[in-house]
Design a protein around this ligand. Structure first.
Ligand code: DX5
Ligand code: ZN
Length: 215
């Protein structure tokens, strides 16, 4: 059964308390929090003060996806804001190994996020050090985009790499997940599904989460 991580980027920001309560009552496993800096990605989302409030409103693990340059400058602040795991982009980190060690030394789980064009073999020498790969199935920066089909091959390839070395690394797929493609994504080898619009723009988000969970 996959881990379901709704992305609050698609939630109603005016009613964040209700959205958090809904997720708490649902079968959602993690809260996925998308931080954008307007530099690494062409959009700005929300940051520390908002995350600090969200993490207070839930006991579920908070999975922070940093789409920012120089994440090392903010990792400690995100820990203080209540992050349980942090993913940084391979494309944004010159010293990725150091960045991962920093996240782990603060007692959080560490993930590496990769853009659609980034080949999975680039993860080979960091895989044993991380807990999570956040594989982008859209170009990061916006919710509500279409799933890039080539991702399925990348999931299969990464699954092989993880299993060959008997590693405990979760594959998280982020972007364009729908009730139609979720099963295929899980069958390809994904462990975690991020879903923004599919959950929050549906008529009954609790039911939609349950449907994703049962795939
Ligand atoms: C995109 C974000 C995603 C996004 C997913 O940059 O990393 O987490 O919120 O949204 P949907 O599920 O709507 O594609
Ligand atoms: Zn994300």
């Amino acid at each position: 059964m996959a881990i379901i991580a709704p992305s609050l980027l698609a939630s109603d920001f005016l009613r964040l308390d209700r959205e958090c309560k809904m997720l708490n009552e649902s079968e959602a496993d993690w809260f996925h929090l998308d931080v954008m800096d307007g530099r690494f990605v062409p959009n700005i989302s929300f940051g520390l003060p908002v995350i600090e409030q969200i993490t207070k409103a839930t006991e579920k693990p908070c999975d922070v996806h940093l789409m920012i340059l120089e994440p090392e400058r903010y990792v400690e602040a995100f820990k203080e804001a209540g992050a349980d795991m942090i993913s940084v982009h391979i494309e944004a980190c010159v010293h990725l190994h150091r960045n991962i060690q920093q996240i782990k030394s603060l007692g959080m789980k560490a993930g590496v996020a990769i853009n659609p064009h980034t080949p999975v073999f680039l993860l080979q020498d960091i895989l044993a050090d991380i807990d999570l790969v956040c594989m982008m199935s859209v170009n990061p920066g916006f919710g509500g985009q279409k799933f890039i089909p080539q991702t399925l091959n990348k999931i299969r390839e990464l699954r092989k790499m993880i299993d060959a070395d008997k590693l405990d690394v979760k594959i998280e797929i982020d972007g364009g997940i729908t009730l139609e493609n979720a099963k295929e994504v899980i069958e390809a080898g994904a462990d975690v599904l991020v879903a923004g619009n599919t959950v929050f723009k549906s008529a009954d988000p609790i039911k939609t989460i349950a449907a994703l969970k049962s795939m």
